[in-house]
Design a protein around this ligand. Structure first.
Ligand code: FAD
Length: 307
């Protein structure tokens, strides 16, 4: 019950102000976000790299309301790319971007997002790294996949994300399972209507496994984005069934979640990439993490009442 409420709250400005001002919020945010400044993020990247983990970095910012914010977000990613190149971390680090941070929801947003994200993808390629386009709510999927298609004509290593809760995603997996394609499969983190998405968690899980089969059987590079022990085990079985070596797919988990499992997978010889968000605009990301897991919400509420 609480999940949908939190997901709705993730897009409410008044609740954003309330939650952001609560003094107990900060320590909770720090569990999921690697600081507000680029330096904090780079320290976190280095310490994960020292433990054998790879990363994908998200400069937080989404659902912007004017074009100048899109330019600021583009520039933040360009600065991040420069910093990765200078620090020599580019080999272990790629970047994740949300096209809504590049103007996708503004008037003329499709072209605007493409124009703003393209320089980031170019700079990433020049720096020896790459970009994955995060997937947001279902209204953005066609535009995001079209932008992906454009970007991949010059930068085929650009990654996509697909969400198993959407009815359309099996078809998208077939379309994206070709040679050179990099696809992160997740369950999906937004509040979606019953017309377009499975509402029952078991249905979402079953769809996840069907999509995983398509990607593992295909010729691309599957990125298994899940903390679910069942999905991790099934991914390993499918990889073995389709003759994939350990460097022909990877696991991905979010910063601060199941860290022991992240380390265990690396120790077992798997590629494990941590999605690491940083920046000041953490509210929407934070609320989606609370919505996913009642235990996170309970912890947050306990800290509110125990003050
Ligand atoms: P769930 O179905 O939430 O949980 C299943 C089981 O996993 C739980 O029962 C528990 O055993 C275990 N588990 C889950 N969370 C925890 C935890 N915090 N601690 C301990 N055990 C836990 N969503 C999008 O919509 N778009 C994106 O672009 C996107 N990118 C993502 C990138 C990465 C790398 C990851 C990992 C997720 C991303 N997501 C994205 C979020 C995703 O859609 C899910 O909302 C999120 O991963 C929760 O689903 P799950 O598969 O991890 O497990």
């Amino acid at each position: 019950m609480l999940g949908p409420v939190l997901l709705a709250a993730a897009r409410s400005d008044s609740i954003r102000r309330l939650v952001s001002a609560a003094p107990v919020t900060r320590p909770m945010v720090d569990r999921f976000v690697a600081g507000e400044q680029l330096d904090h993020c780079l320290q976190a990247v280095q310490s994960l790299a020292d433990r054998g983990l790879e990363v994908t970095i998200d400069h937080l910012g989404e659902d912007i309301t004017d074009r100048s914010e899109a330019l600021r977000n583009r520039d933040a990613y360009l600065a991040l790319t420069d910093a990765l190149a200078a620090s020599g971390l580019g080999e272990r680090a790629e970047m994740s971007v949300k096209l809504s941070a590049f103007g996708q929801a503004l008037p003329g947003g499709h072209d605007l997002a493409y124009e703003n994200v393209r320089p980031v993808v170019e700079a990433a390629a020049a720096a020896g790294t790459t970009v994955t386009l995060d997937m947001e709510d279902h209204t953005t999927v066609d535009s995001t996949l079209a932008i992906l298609g454009e970007l991949r004509t010059r930068f085929p290593q650009t990654g996509a994300v697909v969400q198993s809760y959407l009815f359309r995603t099996e078809d998208d997996c077939h379309a994206l399972a070709g040679e050179g394609s990099r696809v992160r499969l997740v369950k999906g983190a937004y509040k979606e209507p019953a017309e377009v998405a499975f509402q029952d968690k078991r249905e979402v899980d079953r769809a996840y496994v069907r999509c995983l089969k398509i990607l593992m059987a295909g010729k691309g590079y599957p990125m298994v984005g899940s903390h679910d022990p069942r999905m991790v085990a099934i991914a390993q079985d499918l990889a073995a069934r389709y003759g994939r070596k350990h460097d022909e797919y990877e696991f991905q988990m979010l910063y601060g979640i199941r860290e022991a499992e992240q380390t265990r997978l690396v120790a077992d010889g798997h590629r494990m990439r941590v999605y690491i968000p940083y920046g000041t605009d953490w509210y929407g990301y934070f609320m989606r993490r609370l919505a996913e897991r009642p235990a996170n919400m309970a912890f947050f509420l306990r800290s509110l009442v125990s003050r």
